[in-house]
Design a protein around this ligand. Structure first.
Ligand code: PMP
Length: 394
């Protein structure tokens, strides 16, 4: 059975060119960049080329890119490292209520240590209002962190505007751009950000590697103690294989981004149009236009997202429900709850994230098998039966 990946938020396939670039570093070029003999030098050069490519992708300088183990580390480091380095400035942090767990839980751990946190609300589309950011600023504010786009609902936040406010008050501003960097244009100058997290997988690089952009002059404490790798910013032997893959993927993403967006948008629009037209009691979640090109996120009333996920998996279709990272739990997504969706409805989250290997035929296949799956599950749902009875009676 052919499997269809409609869960690119969890993992995207590595491009063949990316794998080809990585293979020599798995075989003959297996060495440590810190070694002073020539192999070490050759590997250092490969790391610097990758750094250059990642810097170009987001319009940064090479020395502002520090490689990490992915978005989670970058978000943890940005949030904890800036607050720690700016303790003299104050003990207040502003973030949104829809951040990825890697930011949200990092902020919670700071909150447990006595940092005062403003959790910004979002509107029904999951959008943060820049005015709320400005109103939340106090003389004690040490950091603002708001994600660029939300991975579950696809909404793209007004980061440039929030960045302007941060500039006005001379406050460090971090954004989690894991869902956007390499996917849509991301420019650290246009966005007015001081720190930006990215991960390689969303632009068809390997899993488990990412970077943190740190604007020159930004005060941040190192995340780990150890050696002097990454100019003393990030201790630990570099993930050479991953970094080389990320660099190649960034280079390709820079040139192919607009073609990819043009390919994904019509597929996304078809999913949105046909799913909301063909299936009753289904609603699109997230912003209708300000959204990631491959994101089609819904709530399907009267059933649980996990059941849809398992039935679709039996037909070879991989999807997510709520956050891909919490699919093993039956908790409703904090993102959907923050948007004002009730707990029961939020349980029916269906998250489809497209990638460049998806075809019209993949979408056709999903559109063929999804309605009967939903009907079957609803036929077993007491809530749905009650609802249809009320409808017929009315
Ligand atoms: N932020 C966002 C918006 C994400 O989508 C993810 C991954 N799902 C992360 C952070 C965490 O990134 P990583 O998996 O690379 O640690």
């Amino acid at each position: 059975m052919k499997t269809i990946n409609l869960d690119h938020v969890a993992a995207s396939p590595i491009l063949p060119e990316v794998a080809d670039a990585m293979i020599p570093f798995l075989r003959e070029k297996y060495g440590n960049p810190s070694s002073i003999y020539s192999l070490g030098e050759e590997i250092t050069e490969a790391l610097e080329e990758a750094r250059d490519n990642v810097a170009n992708l987001i319009n940064a300088h090479e020395d502002e890119i520090i490689f990490t183990s992915g978005g989670t580390e970058s978000n943890n480091w940005a949030v904890k490292g800036v607050v720690q380095a700016n303790r003299s400035r104050g003990n207040h942090l502003i973030t949104s209520s829809i951040e990825h767990f890697s930011t949200m839980h990092a902020v919670r751990s700071l909150e447990n240590q006595g940092i005062v946190v403003t959790w910004l609300p979002v509107d029904k589309y999951g959008m943060v209002n820049p005015d709320d950011v400005e109103k939340a600023i106090t003389p004690q504010t040490a950091l603002i962190s708001v994600m660029h786009a939300n991975n579950e609902i696809g909404s793209i936040e007004p980061i440039a505007e929030i960045g302007q406010i941060a500039r006005k008050y001379k406050l460090p501003f971090h954004t989690d751009a894991v869902a956007t960097a390499g996917v849509i244009p991301v420019d650290v100058e246009a966005l007015n950000v001081d720190l930006l997290s990215l991960s390689a997988s969303p632009f068809y690089g390997p899993l488990g590697v990412g970077a943190l952009y740190i604007r020159r002059g930004t005060k941040i404490s190192p995340f780990m103690d150890g050696g002097r790798q990454e100019r003393g910013f990030r201790a630990g032997t570099e993930n050479v294989l991953g970094i080389v893959g990320m660099g190649k993927a960034a280079e390709i993403a820079s040139t192919e981004m607009s073609a990819r967006i043009a390919q994904l948008m019509p597929l996304r629009e078809r999913l949105i149009r046909e799913i909301t037209a063909e299936i009753e009691e289904v609603a699109l979640v997230g912003h209708p236009t300000q959204r990631l090109p491959g994101n089609a996120s819904f709530v399907v009333r009267y059933i649980e997202g996990e059941s849809m996920l398992l039935f679709l998996d039996m037909d070879g279709i991989q999807v997510a429900s709520g956050s891909a990272c919490i699919s093993m739990s039956l908790k409703a997504s904090h993102v959907l709850l923050a948007m004002g969706i009730d707990h029961g409805t939020a349980q029916g989250s269906l998250l489809l994230t497209l990638g460049i290997e998806n075809t019209d035929e993949d979408v056709n296949h999903l559109l063929r098998i999804l309605p009967p799956i939903i009907q079957k599950l609803r036929d077993m749902s007491p809530l749905y039966k009650k609802m249809t009875k009320v409808k017929t009676a009315g």
